[in-house]
Design a binder for this molecule. Sequence first.
Ligand SMILES: [Zn+2]
Ligand SMILES: [Zn+2]
Length: 331
Amino acid sequence: MKLPEWTMHEEEQIVQVKISMSYPLRWVNSYLWRGETGVVIVDPGPRSEQTEEEWRIVWDALSIAPNEITDIVLTHHHPDHYGLAGWMQEQTGAKVWMSQRAHQEAEFMWGKTADINQVLPDFFRSHGMTEKWAEQLFSHMESFQPQVTPFPRVQYIEEGAFEVGGRKFQAIETAGHAPGHLSFYDPERELILCGDAVLPQISPNVSLLPGSDPEPLLHFLEGLERMEGLEVRKAFPGHRHPMVSYQSRLGTLKAHHGERLQQMEKMLTGQPLTAFEVCVALFGEKFGIHQMRFAMAETLAHLYELVRQDRAKVCQKTDEDSKRIVIAFRI
Ligand SMILES: [Zn+2]
Ligand SMILES: [Zn+2]
């Protein structure tokens, strides 16, 4: 096994630990520091035998006894951030903190009454997705369950002041990438732990899922606006490397979504198109089901944002291949 890597960010007194996850992201950043009463870990990573072993190695190397870990803080509910929280809580007895909305979303995805794995394939079919892709979705979605089990017992973080491990943060709602996503701003050190709300190089996925946030792109852009006014010297994201060019990254992300909306609006000036047709025209089909799910849900987020802004309308058409009536979009 490849040894996990970590970096001590001296000035901020934060350790960045790279925990393995699947391609294309390859690793998720966990962050930790030692406070007066114990060790805090932010976003422990997805659960697998490998990631458990990686944490044992890191604790050993940093001389951290598991029972010194007092708090596990989660930016959002995605498996690559939340997944190990329950396991780590069992190992350490730590409190697990997340927003109530994010916890609700974890239940919505994987809880006892969750039915998203059945609902999602039909939702995508109704937006024109071909059977070749739709039939892969159920088992793909089911494959996440082991990455998030067991579930942690959680305590809720409210927006605003949040003190943990001797540091005073402002918890800022930065949803859109995930409902209830929080970023943690430390005004004293001028740093922000921004999870997947702002990433370098990658545009954070903004997904529309049936039964979840119906306006994810609006909420994503509102989150960027909330972050714009902050004095930040360094931002610590959920993937890739810490950023000093945080402010310009916010601007780039905002511009990217503005352009993408315009591009789709233009595509709709001819025949009505399904979300799947728009998706394939923009992203192609030369990737696996994981990427396709993200591409399709991102396309839907943008198309329904055009509808919300009154720049497009929902209509119906007959799908040429399946002869089914499907949902389409037109100007
Ligand atoms: Zn995420
Ligand atoms: Zn992530």
